[in-house]
Design a protein around this ligand. Sequence first.
Ligand code: ADP
Ligand code: TZP
Length: 202
Amino acid sequence: MTEKLLKDIAGGLIKIRETKPLIHNITNMVVMNDTANILLHIGASPVMAHAQEEVEEMVALSGALVLNIGTLTPELVKSMIYAGKKANQLGIPVVLDPVGAGATSLRTQSSLRILNDINVTILRGNAAEIAILGGLDATVKGVDAAGVSAGSAEVAQLVAEKFGLIVAITGKIDAVSDGKRSILIENGHQMMGGLTGTCWFH
Ligand SMILES: Nc1ncnc2c1ncn2[C@@H]1O[C@H](COP(=O)(O)OP(=O)(O)O)[C@@H](O)[C@H]1O
Ligand SMILES: Cc1ncsc1CCOP(=O)(O)O
């Protein structure tokens, strides 16, 4: 990583501690508690708010919106769209984690619908989930990548370019791309592959 990039990341972390932004999460029941604690640990203020009746008000108070379809229902997807549209109106960044896209039609179609209806800032997932959404060949088993025709760096670049957003693919080596510039990050441990929800540890 370049020195400038490392400085920017450090600066971002300092800003989070100083401003303590509220992070609105509409997320899955598996990682919810870990996500809240990790956000607190880095100095942010987490809130999990899922009901359609409150998501627009909650996101209006927030510095970022995180949408994770890990334990989705059609009702929850509606909440994500309401919150995402409000976030777009207010210029609040939106992260989408399309957990299990490719494993079932509901997950694939819901992810594509969110990408179509909302300007997502960062699309984060494993290589197979991201490849499937980009129309590339891949197999997803539950929430895990079971096979991908291309490497993570290539998938990240192609899909970022296709949707006009930032893609972050996690795995043994992470790949991040905005379609023009890409970086690879290798700072994990193989034991992290044996824990769910570890993308939030970074
Ligand atoms: N086999 C591996 N070897 C080294 N690091 C890994 C491995 N698998 C995962 N990691 C680390 O764990 C992080 C989260 O990866 P991943 O398993 O894709 O997330 P999640 O559990 O949230 O789906 C990666 O960014 C990487 O640093
Ligand atoms: C095991 C499991 N099943 C549904 S969601 C989930 C966890 C997925 O974790 P992450 O949100 O980090 O992909």
